[in-house]
Every structure is written in structure tokens, then in C-alpha cells.
Design a protein around this ligand. Sequence first.
Ligand code: CA2
Length: 148
Amino acid sequence: MSSILVLNGPNLNMLGIREPGVYGSQTLSDIETQLREAGARAGASLSFYQSNYEGALLDEIHAAYGRHDGILINPGAYTHTSIALRDGIASVGLPTVEVHLSNIHKRESFRHTSMLAPVCIGQIAGFGAYGYELGLLALLRHLQSSGR
Ligand code: CA2
């Protein structure tokens, strides 16, 4: 059974509370419940962590080394700024998929660049909460095909 760490960055704890037009009406806890069910169907065990602090997210990435098989991450606004998270993902060498609720490429230009994308297998953006499920399935398929 694959073990996946699901990381969520800053402000994602506010989902479903404000701006439902941009990010949907589901809370992060709703998304985690759905994802846990999808993981169970696919035979994966999931661990969840959210933080508004870059260093805390980085610590969790480091702790995943030797403990999890892959990472699913919505880095929030750190997507566009964090060389530290990018280096952290590279340092543990775990297959990682980047997920965004919104299509960052059709929003403000400062959201078009992801610092993390070059160290991720791929990115899913614009499908709302369903994107987490798509990302999880893509990550599990990758792990299966690479024999991990
Ligand atoms: O589309 C995404 O998933 C984002 O990662 C969400 C981030 C944003 O900074 C990224 O550019 C794209 C924002 C996190 C959610 O922020 C909220 C703001 C208001 C109400 C609820 C959540």
C-alpha cells in the first residue's frame, strides 16, 4: 500500500469560509474526507498536514523522507515564491504532484510562475477540489509504474 503525504499551504485552512467563487464552497476538511475515500478505493494510505508557515511545511517535507512514498502538495501562495520548498522537495527526492484549485495560468501574472513545478512530476490546476483526486491518482500511477 502506498503512503502519501498531502500538504496544504497558507490560507487553505480558510477554504469554504470566504471567496467561494474562486476556490469553491468546500472546506479543507471536506476535501480531506473526499480524498481519504479516494485513497482507500485506490489502496493508498494518506496523511494530511496544513500550515501557514513555510518552515513548518519544509519540516514536514523532510520528515516524509523514508516514511512516505510520495507527496501531493498545494503550496498556496508559496508556489510563486518559495525556493526553500522547491529545494526541500528536491532534497528528499520523493515523487511530488502540485495541485491548485484555481487555474493559476489564467489569473494574475504573478501566479503564472511556480517555483515548485520543475521538481514535481506534474501539475493539476483549475479543477477545484477534484484536482486533488486527479493528482492523487496520477501520483499513484507514477509510483506503480516506477515500481515504488
Ligand atoms: O488555486 C490554488 O489552489 C492556490 O494555490 C490557492 C492560493 C493562491 O495563493 C495560489 O495562487 C493558488 C490561495 C489559498 C486560498 O486562499 C483563500 C483566500 C480566501 C478565502 C479562502 C482561501
